[in-house]
Design a protein around this ligand. Structure first.
Ligand code: NAP
Length: 317
């Protein structure tokens, strides 16, 4: 094993990771970015992105990620195309192990993202981006005046349904029980919305395609009876899983997201937005953000984390 020392190691290659890399290298910091085997994050599974500013006609998700990657590499960030197996934050310099090699870092920016949880039923993989989505903010626009369903009973499902109700002809929430787990206020907004209908005690067991989704098969969780339900779009909103399994010694919240520890200076002014429980380790993007989850917010968080890391390095190395 041999070691190389970097000012900043960025873990993750979604919009947060690439943006962090761009800002770190442009601050004159020796920067390494470890992409992960499935590089590019959620946007690699997306088709047209119309809400990322700067692209008049929109841009395909994978093209946007490739542009970010090329920009980051052109600026001089070293990029390693692999998964890291361990991130040891117990002493400084921090040690990141990848492919039997140890990379050392004075500071680390975690940008490993979160994965959508999918239903994993037949047809889902094939119809993603063809009427099946996990992001109403991203895709509602494609379903103007159409009939859509939202699957789930938590706050995300309520939020997705309310957002879609402003654009779609009708929204039907499919939930596997007869009670939502969402907060009372969100439930009430849904109940009060005349465009939103609810189907209780049903699960989606199959998507019908093949080129775009035209229907789902719903199974009654009480009787087991199945029926076909015609629909123009499906929004799966059954939660997210932050990619934090490999981190040791850093504080996570009960849902597994990294806890952001905002720091203020002695005058009470914001000093580090993206600090974590470990000094010198910063966080950006969906691995801490369960609220906004947009490419543009992830990129902004990446920028903030790199500015924070640069300031921290200035004061601590
Ligand atoms: P969540 O609270 O875990 O809810 C997931 C929902 O999906 C549950 O209703 C669950 O059903 C259902 N579900 C899970 N697996 C399923 C499957 N295989 N088939 C069918 N249904 C399935 O996730 P979330 O809604 O994403 O919220 C996560 C956290 O973020 C929560 O703490 C939430 O309060 C927070 N959040 C807050 C806001 C806000 O305040 N505006 C917005 C979004 C999220 P069961 O109920 O039967 O388990």
């Amino acid at each position: 094993m041999n070691a190389s020392l970097y000012d900043v190691i960025v873990l993750g290659s979604g919009p947060a990771g690439w943006t962090a890399g761009i800002y770190a290298i442009r601050a004159g910091r020796k920067t390494l970015l470890i992409t992960g085997i499935r590089w590019g994050g959620q946007l690699m599974l997306t088709t047209l992105v119309e809400n990322y500013p700067g692209f008049v006609e929109g841009i395909q998700g994978p093209d946007l990620m490739m542009n970010m990657r090329k920009q980051t590499e052109r600026l001089g960030v070293e990029v390693v195309n692999t998964d890291f197996s361990e991130a040891d934050f117990s002493s400084r310099p921090f040690k990141i192990t990848a492919d039997n090699k140890i990379y050392e870092a004075k500071s680390v920016i975690i940008a490993t993202g979160a994965d959508d949880i999918w239903l994993n039923v037949p047809g889902e993989m094939q119809l993603r981006g063809k009427g099946v989505s996990t992001c109403a903010t991203c895709d509602a626009f494609f379903f103007r005046n159409k009939d859509v369903i939202v699957v789930g009973g938590g706050d995300s499902a309520m939020e997705e349904a309310l957002f879609l109700s402003n654009v779609c002809k009708s929204v039907t929430i499919i939930h596997r029980r007869d009670k939502f787990r969402a907060s009372k206020i969100m439930q009430q907004r849904v109940f009060d919305n005349p465009k939103i209908k609810i189907i209780w005690n049903k699960v989606v067991t199959k998507y019908i395609g093949p080129d775009k989704v035209t229907a789902v098969v719903l199974k009654d969780t009480k009787t087991g009876k199945e029926e076909e339900y015609k629909i123009d779009g499906v929004f799966v909103a059954i939660g997210h899983k932050p990619n934090t399994d490999k981190f040791r010694g850093i504080e996570l919240d009960p849902m597994g997201y990294i806890v952001r520890k905002e720091e203020k200076d002695k005058n009470g002014l914001l000093k580090y937005f993206s600090a974590t429980s470990v000094a010198g380790v910063f966080v950006s993007g969906d691995v801490h953000d369960y609220r906004y989850k947009q490419a543009i917010t992830a990129a902004a968080f990446g920028c903030m984390a790199a500015l924070d890391a640069d300031r921290w390095l200035g004061e601590n190395s």
